[in-house]
Design a protein around this ligand. Structure first.
Ligand code: SF4
Length: 317
């Protein structure tokens, strides 16, 4: 395969892109435009830094990925004839993965060379590592999420359902809406009787944005042609607490979500100088976040710090 260097990235839409755009236009710029080609040796210093910073993560995010992978893997193994795992086995697997992320994050020089392949936790990038309190919080959360997963309706039903699809981390499925590539694959999808179940596992707290996210998955099903074939039940499963919330995903809700995606795409495109080439406006046209109190926790803080200081938004008070 010939590797082509392109001056501008492809435009696509995803829920994480929408939430980054809503959170801070400048962060959106760094993530989707300012870091483009930052992996190339000949890239400018700013693009290289933005690319590295984009790869920084935190323990809550790492935990979320690990729980999703372990849950998906457990379903596939049981469906393949394996024994139902017990919580201790899954927790041990999760502990091992968290420990590997923790160790990897201490190889700073190696990470600087290969930021796309290694994990770097923000707490190590900026300091000496996660606090004891945070480590205990994450350990408790790992135990709770995996125990609740084994007790969940989705696990019980998915291992018995005739057909199941689980999201694969390294294979992102997309659909096309009005010519825009939309990444929207649910965590878990299965059919019981003639009804589809769309499941989204959450390892964090409840948030108003979760129901629209699930409806995007229903649009994904609709585009695949599966939705009209039977009723759909949407469910958010909060693995940290064991709670579950049903989300209506009727034709009407899907139509509304389609419109919200179209509106979001249109808003993002107002920051382009050339929508055909997906060429972004200059960086300073992407405003800094209005409420700057959370900026020090942002991975891109070091790229914005001078501007934030000049705006009087940075400092000890
Ligand atoms: S540091 Fe603040 S202004 Fe800069 S990208 Fe992050 S959130 Fe936005």
């Amino acid at each position: 395969m010939v590797f082509e260097i392109r001056p501008h990235p492809d435009f696509s839409w995803s829920q994480s892109r929408r939430s980054t755009f809503r959170e801070c236009p400048r962060k959106y710029y760094w993530h989707y435009y300012g870091s483009h080609n930052g992996w190339l040796d000949e890239a400018g210093d700013e693009a290289k830094r933005a690319w590295r910073l984009k790869k920084i993560t935190n323990l809550h995010m790492v935990l979320g990925t690990i729980v999703h992978e372990i849950a998906a893997d457990a379903i596939l193994r049981v469906r393949g004839g394996g024994a139902v795992p017990d919580a201790a086995e899954l927790i041990e697997e999760g502990r091992g993965r968290l420990n590997r992320a923790w160790l990897m994050s201490q190889q700073r020089e190696e990470w600087e060379r290969r930021p796309g392949q290694l994990t770097m936790l923000m707490a190590f990038y900026r300091g000496s590592g996660p606090s004891r309190d945070l480590i205990e919080t994450i350990r408790d959360k790992l135990h709770a999420c995996l125990r609740h997963f084994l007790l969940s309706e989705s696990f019980r039903e998915a291992v018995a359902a005739p057909a199941v699809e689980v999201k694969e981390v390294d294979r992102l499925d997309f659909i096309e809406l009005d010519g825009v590539k939309v990444y929207a694959q649910p965590d878990l999808l299965y059919k019981l009787g003639d009804a589809w179940r769309i499941i989204d596992w959450k390892t964090g707290a409840r948030h108003v944005s979760h129901a629209p996210q699930l409806r995007t998955y229903a649009v994904y099903l609709q585009e695949r042609g599966d939705l009209p074939k039977g009723p759909v039940i949407g469910r958010l499963e909060y693995l940290g607490t064991g709670d579950a919330v049903s989300v209506p995903v009727s034709e009407r809700e899907c139509a509304e979500e389609r419109q919200r995606i179209a509106d979001s795409v249109a808003a993002m495109r107002t920051y382009l100088s050339d929508p055909v080439r997906n060429e972004a406006l200059p960086r300073d046209r992407f405003p800094l976040r209005e409420d700057t109190r959370r900026c020090p926790q942002c991975p891109f803080f070091e790229l914005c710090e001078t501007e934030l200081e000049a705006a009087g938004a940075s400092g000890p008070f």
